[in-house]
Design a protein around this ligand. Structure first.
Ligand code: APR
Length: 246
């Protein structure tokens, strides 16, 4: 592992533009379960019963109870060293950027600049009726909600979680921002199983741009055979080690 860590560190020292794609593994050390790992959310809950527009149409209260539970869980957690290192990188290197699949906003709480959030946020809400409140989504960090299910402040109709559900398109502006960031010197897939698209496709685009690619994960994934180096270990430790080598 040390060789691949040293190799990655030397590439980072020479890099102008660095893009880190993060997944649930980055928040694991903060106490937030991943989706597919041991004890992962999809092991205990059915994605089709909770994270689709169809599920919300069928039973909005049950869906909201699940998202309210996740909001409370995240609100009780704090960013971990992995979030802190990445946040500092974005503050000290103009073209070092983070693209996240996570909806927990722990990158934001750690002070990450120019964060691209592909799948939205647990703390953003949108109008289920689609009435255009001033902006597409509004912020609501109240935990717990005073009333369930929460309502749209404009039309009084149902509000929905401001996350991207299975079967839904991502915001084209976020996809375009992430795609532009695949033109980089170093691309790191961090704490993601690399199974969900379009996020999992950015590694391929970065390779096509000639970027040096790396994976930081506790185990091998769909991306392992594609990257130049794979660093095994808990990311809250490997990022700290990597940072000391820069
Ligand atoms: N350090 C490094 N990697 C870790 C750690 C850790 N401490 N803990 C877990 N991992 C790795 C796991 O080995 C796994 O490869 O993190 C990955 C988490 O994978 P998933 O649970 O599939 O999460 P993610 O890749 O973010 O899922 C993508 O799928 O469910 C949807 O929209 C949801 O954004 C999510 C998307």
């Amino acid at each position: 592992m040390l060789n691949s860590l040293n190799e990655l560190a030397s590439r980072l020292r020479a890099a102008h533009a660095v893009t880190v794609l993060t997944g649930a593994g980055v928040s694991a050390a903060s106490g937030i379960p991943t989706f597919r790992g041991a004890g992962g959310l999809w092991k205990h809950f059915s994605a089709t019963d909770l994270a689709t527009a169809e599920a919300f149409t069928r039973d909005p209260l049950t869906v909201w109870e699940w998202y309210a539970w996740r909001r409370e869980q995240v609100a009780a957690c704090s960013p971990n060293p992995a979030h802190d290192v990445l946040a500092r990188w974005t503050r000290t290197h103009d073209r070092w950027r983070v693209v996240t699949q996570n909806v927990d906003d722990l990158h934001l709480r750690a002070g990450t600049l120019n964060l691209v959030r592909l799948h939205g946020s647990l703390f953003d809400l949108r109008c289920w009726n689609g009435c255009e409140t001033p902006s597409r989504a509004w912020r609501d960090e109240r935990v717990p909600f005073p009333d369930m299910p929460p309502r749209c402040p404009r039309c009084g109709g149902l509000a929905r979680p401001g996350v991207v559900w299975f079967g839904e398109a991502l915001d084209p502006a976020d996809v375009a921002s992430a795609e532009a960031l695949t033109a980089c010197d170093v691309f790191i897939a961090a704490g993601t199983s690399a199974m969900v698209y379009p996020a999992a496709g950015f590694l391929h685009q970065a390779r096509a741009h000639g970027a040096f690619t790396a994976e930081l994960n506790t185990e091998s994934t769909q991306a392992t055979r594609l990257v130049d180096v794979a660093v095994r270990g808990p990311i809250e430790q490997t990022l700290l080690e990597l940072d000391t080598l820069l």
